[in-house]
Design a protein around this ligand. Structure first.
Ligand code: SF4
Length: 197
């Protein structure tokens, strides 16, 4: 279950989410996971690199870490040697707008992400077009990523963020620090996979 906290309601998330997740676990089990989006997309006076935004991201990540133990986190991240991440969720699911337009992701504008309107197409047609988008935007299709050693762990990042920051869904938001972050999570995962009892 993905959730998108905002600066104005993050206090409430911090206060109430841990207990809510606890109750959810009791009721539906460990496999039901609450995901928190740490990014606020740019626009309308939002600058993702502003100090407030960076602080916001840290608070969201801390909240997630507080709720889920490291072990659980790596289990769900699935960065195991046998798993291959080739894309983010772009085209892997379906987002249906209030007027029926279907998008590969709701973080990109309709002219880029739309695969048609549900009023005019069958779900199968829409699904096939979404899969096409998923395949055409995978990390091997990204010029700057296709030879990167980390590509099947990273998947080329969030397509919406790529578009917002770099003007193209195929142009990754990436630097040495973000690569180090992936490498460090791989080291931690290694410990979880091979050293757990
Ligand atoms: S780490 Fe950077 S260059 Fe490598 S696949 Fe991810 S976004 Fe692309």
């Amino acid at each position: 279950m993905p959730w998108f906290p905002q600066p104005k309601n993050l206090d409430t998330f911090e206060k109430e989410l841990p207990e809510f997740v606890e109750k959810l676990r009791d009721k539906v089990g460990e496999e039901f996971i609450v995901r928190l989006a740490p990014e606020i997309l740019e626009g309308r006076n939002i600058d993702s690199l502003s100090r407030e935004n960076i602080k916001f991201r840290k608070r969201v990540r801390k909240l997630f870490d507080d709720i889920y133990s490291e072990e659980f986190l790596y289990k769900i991240e699935k960065r195991k040697p046998t798993n291959k991440t080739i894309n983010c969720g772009y085209g892997a699911g379906i987002q249906i707008g209030s007027q029926g337009e279907c998008l590969a992701c709701d973080t990109v504008p309709t002219e880029i992400g739309s695969v048609g309107n549900i009023k005019n197409h069958s779900l199968k047609e829409l699904r096939d077009k979404l899969l096409e988008k998923f395949k055409n935007t995978n990390v091997d299709k990204m010029e700057e990523c296709k030879d990167c050693d980390l590509r099947y762990f990273c998947g080329g990042g969030c397509k919406g963020m790529n578009l917002q920051r770099n003007g193209s869904i195929l142009s990754p938001v990436c630097n040495e620090d973000s690569k180090k972050e992936i490498l460090s999570s791989l080291v931690k995962m290694n410990k979880w996979i091979y050293q757990r009892k």
